[in-house]
Design a binder for this molecule. Structure first.
Ligand SMILES: C/C=C/C(=O)SCCNC(=O)CCNC(=O)[C@H](O)C(C)(C)COP(=O)(O)OP(=O)(O)OC[C@H]1O[C@@H](n2cnc3c(N)ncnc32)[C@H](O)[C@@H]1OP(=O)(O)O
Ligand SMILES: NC(=O)C1=CN([C@@H]2O[C@H](COP(=O)(O)OP(=O)(O)OC[C@H]3O[C@@H](n4cnc5c(N)ncnc54)[C@H](OP(=O)(O)O)[C@@H]3O)[C@@H](O)[C@H]2O)C=CC1
Length: 447
């Protein structure tokens, strides 16, 4: 049995749930992996010189056993997230440590502790099989998957599932991720595929859209409201391209920071007016490796005031980390919020705490999203209120190059990967709705 029969079933409009349930599953499938015995391959190199094209492999792997509460999904398309870049350069830690720790939890989780890690935290595809206890989904359902994996055996996670002590990011801290022809997920990761999008468009928003939603919109994050000035770093990147859309759709005023005129143009096309090209304006927040330059924070703050008519920002949408964090804390208005979900440029942040406490500012840590937040973020995509920001699409074989592009900041928005889908543009079920939003859906394409 090969994956071709699965693809044929997905592409036939006649296929029924019973047909999918009756499809024999293949014993193995193709998947993007990193290898445990290569964990030290980049030892001694600078972060920027660690090349994902060298560590990322396309392997034939055995199909994992399906457990209770789980689903096997035929993956039509996936996307590259920065977490896959981290995995591929083995920073800040090798993800094999996460798999080993997960493997110690139970007989079933032992499946994840393997000498290879199938990576990827997004997918759009079709449910093939569900395990015992799964009633909400059935074979043949067209789905996307969010990347929150939780056990929920402790009371701690029952207010907000992100607080579960066994909270993990699927395809980063668990195995059997989405950059593959078949993926293993918990059924409470599944959500309906937006029917006006192709497979690769539907697979693009998931992780970053959900993260930006919690970080910026949800009461668990900054709780953005109408009229807020929101400073968005990397506003045309993965997270930022969704944060910018949420700010605009929610009646806030995004101040978009980017690093080229081309990226500024993308933000303008999304509807943003206040844009800062950090390259053109040459901000140097650090004088050297050890000392920041508060005059540069002030110059940046003045520029923001010019763009807002004299106002400071209510919210900073932070993720670059060490390089920008001091400036982010400085430019936030009295009582405002810096909400952070990452530290791309370094996780040891420094800022002048006087500007935080004397001006009653708050720093909020935010990480991915709970199921409800991911569902709400996906619903906005399905309703055409927020759009995918897919720029370029690669084949599964080219995933190393796709990850390299993201690592070297050569990409725009999101980068897609075709898994089982033989070409782009398949899987659209609602052409009428698509036609209404076509320009917005294609805004990031091929730039
Ligand atoms: C959705 C997409 C997201 C992204 O893209 S995010 C970006 C990518 N992600 C990352 O870069 C994060 C990668 N992860 C990490 O770097 C590490 O993952 C953490 C630093 C977050 C955690 O480090 P660790 O060593 O795994 O965890 P510990 O909590 O330090 O646990 C080690 C031991 O320390 C004990 N411990 C924890 N807190 C305390 C405490 N407050 N007092 C005393 N001990 C403590 C624990 O229990 C455990 O112990 P025991 O080894 O025996 O199990
Ligand atoms: N905790 C969580 O749940 C999540 C965390 N993340 C993390 O967030 C980070 C960003 O992810 P994502 O948006 O997908 O990545 P992208 O690379 O797609 O976008 C990030 C953008 O940030 C800007 N940027 C990068 N470095 C700097 C810097 N030193 N100073 C200022 N701006 C910078 C760049 O834009 P420009 O050059 O135009 O300024 C870049 O395009 C990653 O570290 C990722 O692991 C991502 C998703 C979820």
């Amino acid at each position: 049995m090969t994956t071709q029969a699965i693809l044929d079933a997905i592409q036939s409009p006649e296929s029924t749930p019973a047909d999918f349930a009756a499809l024999p599953l293949p014993e193995s499938y193709r998947a993007i992996t990193v290898h445990k015995d290569e964990t030290d391959m980049f030892a001694g190199l600078e972060t920027r010189d660690k090349d994902p094209r060298k560590s990322i492999h396309l392997d034939e792997v055995p199909l994992p056993e399906l457990g209770p509460g789980e689903a096997l999904v035929a993956v039509m398309a996936s996307s590259v997230n920065y977490n896959s870049v981290w995995t591929s350069i083995f920073e800040p830690l090798s993800t094999f440590g996460f798999l080993e720790r997960y493997g110690r939890l139970s007989e079933l989780t032992k499946r994840h502790d393997l000498p290879y890690h199938i990576i990827g935290s997004d997918l759009a595809g079709v449910v093939l099989r569900t395990g015992p206890g799964v009633n909400a989904w059935k074979p043949g359902d067209e789905v996307v998957a969010h990347c929150l994996s939780v056990e929920l055996e402790s009371s701690d996670g029952h207010n907000d599932t992100m607080l579960d002590p066994e909270q993990r990011i699927w395809g980063f801290e668990t195995n059997f991720g989405g950059l593959a022809e078949i993926a293993l997920v918990k059924s409470n990761q599944l959500m309906p595929k937006p029917n006006h999008l192709s497979w690769e468009e539907a697979a693009a928003p998931g992780l970053v859209n959900s993260t930006a939603y919690r970080q910026l919109v949800s009461r668990n994050g900054a709780g953005m409201k109408q009229g807020d000035n929101v400073l968005i770093w990397g506003a045309s990147g993965g997270l930022g391209s969704y944060a910018t859309q949420f700010a605009l759709a929610g009646g806030a005023n995004p101040i978009c920071v980017v690093s080229s005129p081309q990226k500024a143009e993308i933000c303008r096309a999304m509807g943003a007016e206040a844009i800062i090209d950090r390259n053109a304006e040459g901000y140097r927040f650090w004088k050297d490796e050890h000392e920041q330059d508060p005059r540069e924070w002030k110059r940046f703050g003045k520029r923001i005031r010019e763009l807002t008519g004299g106002e400071d920002v209510d919210i900073v949408f932070e993720h670059p980390g060490r390089e920008t964090f001091g400036a982010s804390v400085y430019v936030t208005r009295k009582g405002g919020t810096i909400v952070t979900c990452a530290s791309t440029s370094g996780y040891n942040h420094e800022y002048d705490n006087r500007y935080l406490w004397m001006s009653l500012k708050r720093i909020i840590g935010s990480h991915f999203a709970n199921y409800r937040e991911a569902w709400e973020a996906n619903r906005l995509i399905a309703k055409g209120k927020i759009h995918p920001t897919l720029s370029k699409v690669y084949s599964l074989e080219e995933t190393g190059q796709a990850a390299y592009d993201v690592h070297r900041n050569l990409h725009q928005g999101k980068v897609g990967v075709l898994c089982l889908a033989p070409e782009e543009g398949l899987g659209v079920r609602n052409e009428e709705m698509r036609a209404k939003h076509l320009d917005a859906i294609n805004r990031f394409r091929n730039i």
